[in-house]
Design a protein around this ligand. Structure first.
Ligand SMILES: *[C@@H]1O[C@H](CO)[C@@H](O)[C@H](O)[C@H]1NC(C)=O
Ligand SMILES: *[C@@H]1O[C@H](CO)[C@@H](O)[C@H](O)[C@H]1NC(C)=O
Length: 492
């Protein structure tokens, strides 16, 4: 009995000694942690133990690949204020002032891929037109909806012009090793719009041929091989553009209008960028047509019958056609249609955007330019710069399943007060410039917003790139290759 007691007492004291030791050790480690942090020798800890808070702020706040700036930010101890600051800075317009330019390397693709498609003729060996003397024009009409290829390319070509340096989001640099991204200036939407027909005796359309040539060109470039294409930026704004090449060039970052015709492994919101359509309705300058001056409640302009997701248009037409102050008009906006649609949208409170054969359409951007509050009925729509722009401040989203319920839409429109509507109208006037394509580009217009969106993707491109290189040494070991490697400078 006594023996068993003393044994258990021994056990207890051994246990408590162990506890004491553990506690003391913990306190010791903990205090070192604080000593390190307060003496500023905490870089390792900040960088490795507190990655989330710090890196979140860094990736949002600093230009990609700018070493001094990035490491400077990492070396400061993290403060929650900084992070809050970063979030506040996400307000559109403010977030960009601190950012440096995205550094873009642009391939000197042969002119048949770009300006020759506009009818420009190269003289001598010039790949690019001299846009300081004359800017070739992009074809008008509905072609313009997808003209982002033209505006982005012009922006890069002009990036070294004096006088334009102050308000840029991207600069063209000539050494690809120093670039953040590699830009592929193929005018793919125009190629689709203009050259999809097979003209005998040819067996393939020019559009298809150009895509094949592009794939051959790109995959043989040093820059492509270095990254497997991951840091390349390819424009395919028309939903049917790059139909063949997209399946081969998918590691690149695409600039698209939506993901409707892409399998998710080829294009997705993590990897790619949604760019606005260029609106075809004139911007409503000096708009004083407020709530009471807009007599039409709800306006829709578009084709009534669309394949794929477009069945909803018909349903809505039958639900709404007899409602008071609702205007449905059919056909595409061209010629005189543009004038009528302009008039219609400028005098309506709400403008319907219904999924057509693709989730997106230029209608949304026409509505914004008209300051007609968009009512978006498209469950799969993805919107430009939505990571920094809250569309609910000026758009009304309605699920398809709700929209087709009896009087749901009409009741919803009528329940929105004059004050609420006016707030959305005012907000549209504040942000409409984010959707303007122009040359020269202006601060935070569509051109610059797209470059900024590319810049925000850049850290995740680096991450993928670095991950893809993890086993390079093993691969080399397997192949027993001892020669120096072209990618080594990037690797380090
Ligand atoms: C391009 O940049 C890399 C890295 O900065 C540099 O090593 C190389 O010499 C540059 N090439 C030229 C042609 O300037
Ligand atoms: C808009 O208003 C400004 C200032 O009042 C004026 O200078 C400009 O001409 C107007 N523009 C149009 C298109 O009416």
């Amino acid at each position: 009995m006594g023996e068993r007691n003393s044994h258990s007492v021994g056990l207890i004291s051994r246990k408590s000694l162990f506890c004491l030791f553990t506690v003391a050790t913990s306190i010791f480690i903990f205090s070192w942690f604080f000593v390190l942090r307060s003496t500023g020798r905490s870089h390792f800890i900040d960088r490795h133990l507190l990655p989330n808070s710090r890196l979140a702020a860094v990736s949002d706040n600093s230009p990609p690949l700018n070493q001094e700036k990035t490491s400077g930010l990492i070396l400061n101890p993290p403060e929650t204020d900084d992070i809050a600051e970063t979030i506040r800075e996400k307000d559109v317009g403010k977030c960009n002032s601190k950012k440096l330019h995205l550094k873009v390397f642009m391939y000197d693709l042969p002119p048949e891929f770009h300006f020759e498609l506009l009818g420009w003729k190269s003289e001598g060996n010039n790949v690019w037109p001299d846009i300081q003397s004359k800017v070739p024009e992009y074809p008008g009409g509905l072609n313009l909806q997808h003209s982002i290829e033209y505006w982005l390319t012009l922006d890069l070509l002009s990036s070294s012009f004096p006088g334009l340096a102050g308000s840029r989001s991207a600069v063209r640099i000539l050494n690809s090793s120093e670039a953040d991204v590699v830009f592929v200036p193929f005018f793919s939407s125009l190629s689709y719009n203009r050259h999809s027909k097979i003209i005998p005796p040819e067996k393939e359309s020019k559009n298809k041929l150009l895509q094949e040539k592009l794939v051959t060109y790109l995959t043989s470039q040093e820059e492509w091989k270095r990254s497997g294409g991951r840091d390349h930026v390819i424009m395919a704004h028309h939903p049917n553009s790059m139909l063949d090449a997209r399946m081969k060039l998918w590691p690149a970052m695409f600039i698209l209008s939506d993901f409707g015709r892409y399998p998710p492994n080829i294009a997705n919101v993590e990897k790619d960028i949604i760019a606005p359509y260029k609106h075809v309705i004139r911007t409503f300058v000096n708009d004083s047509a407020g709530f009471d001056k807009r007599s039409t409640l709800l306006y829709f302009q578009g084709a009534i019958y669309r394949k794929d997701g477009g069945f909803i248009r018909q349903e809505l037409f039958y639900l709404l056609k007899d409602e008071k102050d609702v205007h449905f008009s059919f056909g595409s906006v061209q010629g005189d249609g543009i004038r009528k649609a302009t008039q219609g949208m400028h005098s309506s409170k709400f403008c319907l955007n219904i999924a057509g054969d693709t989730p997106s359409s230029n209608r949304l951007f026409d509505a914004i330019a008209s300051h007609c509050v968009p009512v978006i009925i498209s469950d799969d729509i993805e919107l430009p710069y939505e990571d920094i722009l809250d569309y609910s401040e000026f758009c009304i989203f309605v699920r398809m399943s709700d929209a087709v319920k009896g009087k749901f839409l009409i009741k919803l429109m009528n329940s929105i007060s004059k004050e609420e509507w006016t707030r959305m109208w005012e907000r549209m006037k504040e942000i409409e410039h984010l959707f303007e394509y122009q040359y020269p580009s202006k601060k935070d217009d569509a051109v610059q917003m797209i470059w900024q969106a590319v810049a925000r993707k850049e850290p995740s491109v680096r991450l993928k790139l670095h991950k893809s290189r993890r086993f390079l040494w093993s691969e080399i070991g397997k192949k027993q290759v001892a020669t120096s490697l072209p990618w080594s400078r990037h690797f380090w």
